[in-house]
Design a binder for this molecule. Sequence first.
Ligand SMILES: C[S@@+](CC[C@H](N)C(=O)[O-])C[C@H]1O[C@@H](n2cnc3c(N)ncnc32)[C@H](O)[C@@H]1O
Length: 202
Amino acid sequence: MSTSRRVEAYFTDVAASYNAASKGRVWGLVRRREAAKLLESLGDFRGSDVLELGCGAGYYTRLLLQHGARHVHAVDLSARMIEQLPRDGVTPLVGDATTIDPGRPFKVLVSAGMMEFVPDPRATFVNAARYAEPGAVFAILYPTDTWLGRAYQRFHRRHNLDIALFGAASLARLTHGTGWATAAVTSAGPYSACARFIREGA
Ligand SMILES: C[S@@+](CC[C@H](N)C(=O)[O-])C[C@H]1O[C@@H](n2cnc3c(N)ncnc32)[C@H](O)[C@@H]1O
């Protein structure tokens, strides 16, 4: 079974309970802090259409809409995750972030907790650049190479998923030549950080 197929199968299995789990006491607390940092990294997106890669059950899709996004085009590998999305203000797209064609360019792109599952994360940046207007913002949330990040990695190894951990230097190497310039990197929690990229060519 390919890595993407294993990732899709894992998230399909947990899709029905994903939203409820996000509201748990400990994960809920971590999620709220990460969300505040990710929204801060995006800047002012009120009134914008947003491309969200790896939307899962829509935790960030809902937040984006609550904070003024006009519409969210939400992509995920797992059709079962996509079924959990809100209906209003959302265009659901089942597909791979490294190859999906959302059919139009965006000024605001976001991806939370997906990059670590992608076998070739650079391909995500390359594909996202195809659908980003010059000057567009792309904010990502990713796990860091810290002891808690490594605990998160071990957690996923137990179900046969080998996730990546990132740092500012590895992200700079990954994105070099993809059309994205790093604008800021900020800690988002005990095992995560946010990076804000700007589409070059403005
Ligand atoms: C940890 S979950 C995060 C979901 C959501 N962003 C959130 O924070 O609740 C990762 C999601 O990324 C999706 N995913 C992983 N690899 C992907 C890929 N190559 N293309 C699209 N979605 C992907 C998974 O199916 C899963 O729903």
